[in-house]
Design a protein around this ligand. Structure first.
Ligand SMILES: [Zn+2]
Length: 290
């Protein structure tokens, strides 16, 4: 498929192929977003999809990897700004999205008012829609009234909005972390399968985009030439005392504060996990260097 872009329009040869001179303008389709796709590039594998609300067009672009420098996003990480001088360990979780070993953290976007309100609206709409389905039931078939269709559309729009807010948050957080150029990043190997077995937890894990966070850290770090260390799955990052190395085996998820029975160290559980991960990363990297 031949494809051409301007800042505001796209021309797809297969879809609109009018060759008449006065129809030339008809071949161009207006884009919803201005300047998102660079003009004058080589495009590969164009894809068109419809998500029920919008049409999406995606293309691959060949370019040298220096499009835009990463920005520092101060509102995501408290205290963000200055570049790191060393590596960081990042503990991922439900309460906050990420706790970083330099005492900064990325909040859980699902706890903000906007998201909570959206979820409430969604619940109400879902109930409305299913009630209308029941009302219009005729034997095995449904009769879709225009109100019902309208409700479904609104529901779809809310779902898209929620997904966008969550995706945007993860992008800003990972960009902010990478933008500060740590010498390495160490993440824990999430036992997501184990978490998914817990019904209550699995919804929160999905909402939190933990997988996506790790994926973005990995590829953005790769672009910025920052080493990423993934800790061994069984490494007890939150159970190990940062001061003396004692491993507290009976620490449960509800214990938010770690009190070491061996040396008396008292510390926030997630922050200690981040510190341990940082140390883990240092050890691993010095091993591979020697
Ligand atoms: Zn201790």
């Amino acid at each position: 498929m031949k494809i051409q872009f301007t800042d505001t329009h796209v021309k797809l040869e297969n879809i609109a192929g009018s060759k008449k001179k006065n129809r030339q303008r008809l071949n161009w389709i207006k884009l919803a977003e201005k300047g998102r796709i660079p003009t004058q590039a080589k495009y590969t594998s164009p894809r068109i999809s419809f998500d029920g609300e919008n049409w999406w067009l995606s293309v691959g672009i060949k370019t040298s990897r220096k499009l835009k420098p990463m920005r520092e996003l101060k509102f995501v990480c408290k205290q963000a700004g200055h570049p790191y001088t060393e590596g960081v360990g990042i503990d991922l979780g439900i309460k906050d999205l990420a706790i970083i070993s330099d005492t900064t953290k990325v909040r859980n976007i699902n706890k903000t008012r906007t998201v909570r309100k959206l979820k409430k609206t969604r619940r109400r709409l879902q109930r409305q829609v299913s009630r209308k389905y029941q009302m219009n039931k005729k034997g095995d078939s449904y009769c879709k009234t225009s109100n019902l269709i309208k409700g479904e559309k609104r529901l779809l729009r809310i779902n898209h909005r929620l997904a966008n807010i969550r995706a945007n948050h993860v992008h800003q957080a990972t960009a902010a972390i990478i933008g500060r150029k740590p010498s390495f990043i160490c993440l824990e190997n999430l036992n997501v399968q184990g978490m998914m077995k817990n019904k209550h937890l699995s919804e929160k894990v999905q909402e939190q985009n933990l997988y996506e966070f790790r994926r973005q850290i990995e590829y953005k770090a790769h672009w910025a030439k920052i080493a990423v260390v993934i800790a061994d799955r069984w490494y007890p990052s939150s159970k190990t005392c940062i001061e003396c190395g004692y491993v507290k085996k009976d620490l449960t998820l509800s214990d938010r504060t770690y009190v070491c029975p061996h040396c008396g160290n008292v510390i926030d559980r997630d922050f200690q996990a981040a510190l341990n991960l940082k140390r883990y990363g240092e050890t691993e990297l010095s091993k591979s260097a020697s």
